[in-house]
Design a protein around this ligand. Sequence first.
Ligand code: CU
Length: 464
Amino acid sequence: MNLSRRNWFTWAGAGALAPLAFWGRRALAQDHSQHRPPEPSDALPRSTSASGYTPVRTLNGWTLPHRMVDGVKEFHLVAEEIEHEFAPGCRAKCWGYNGTTPGPTIEAVEGDRVRIYVTNRLPEHTSVHWHGILLPSGMDGVGGLSQPHIRPGETYVYEFTLRQHGTHMYHPHADEMVQMAVGMMGMFIIHPKDGELERIDRDYVVLLHNWALHPGTYRPDPSVMVDFDLWTMNSKVFPAIEPLVARTGERVRVRIGNLSMWNHPIHMHGVQFHITGSDGGRWAKGLWRPETTEIVGVGQTRDLEFIAVPGDWAFHCHMSHHTMNAMGHEIPNTLGVDQSGVEAEIRKLLPGYMAMGQGGMAEHQEHTDSGHMTGPENTLPMMMGKGPFGNLEMGGMFTVVKVRDDLAAGDFRDPGWYPNPKGTVAHRISADPDFGAPTRRGPPPGPPAELKAKPMDHSTMKHG
Ligand SMILES: [Cu+2]
């Protein structure tokens, strides 16, 4: 956003200019109602499917059903325009498959013969590329190279035998820039035919993406290359992303694909996970390596595995802007700037103007939650999560791994917040800034910054 005079007023009038401006609806409160106290562990049967593998769980998503026809697994994808909700308060016209973005996860077993019908209900031609899958050249789905484009109204059929296992993706290879920018993508999981050497108890699927859904608009802008508004896991932002739920001691795999325009360092708290696979399959154990952050590059997939440890653990992209929702990235930096006089002057012209950002951005959530700060419709506050101890100042690519001792196998319901054992929560022991005698460098400290700053006068703010 360039601050030309015209749009300076447009944004300021919308309550912005405030550094990073994010408006929106009230924060989504996480549901506490399902909270249950821990119960003694007991032995529960493990769930496996009839075909011998643990089916994957696509957070906020679904798996495409198939039917068997003469020994071939048949699937049917429909490319179409859809209405998608990123989180309550923010919807858009997107393109996807079978009613959703991402499209449904395709799940099969190494050795399967698959037949995939693709019907095009879009206003332009398309194709589907099976990203990372070994197949005959003519089934690779690159429009114009490996096949004619699928015109609107037409149905094409792809058929091939799965000769590998691993975490794969599918997406158009026709007008890719537009079609992927508006949501056309999905995951394609192939399980090993001989089963897993080390059994997986919960197998999650997450596809990373970014969207230029400018505040107040209803269609993602495909022309944007770097400055995105929304960063999503399975086309949802926190706190609308489901938690990854597990029982203590279970082996959890998270399969992550990236069809966005950025690389994402995915970080998990609480454990050292192992990187155990990719679209190259589940790697030999000697190649596994322990990490707490793994970059999932554009076009790559990575499998993370860990043994679940009780608690509520953050799971997120470590690019801090990627755990925020819609924001202006080119607004002047007001950190440490006394705006008290400026605010009153500007408000004579623009009654809704609010100067913010002098002491950091955390106050944004207070203003958006309280309704003081409103703005263009159809966008989300920069940060909007709620935790058991207060605002959880995140949006975007963030969710929580929730591990409990007392879950049944295959129970994916949100167990509520973690009941921390007594004496294991960080707590206040002093409210005196001069407490203790910490070793430090530089000149002797003055009063803390927040006590030095003049309080902002928001008293004439319109309450929305
Ligand atoms: Cu990221």
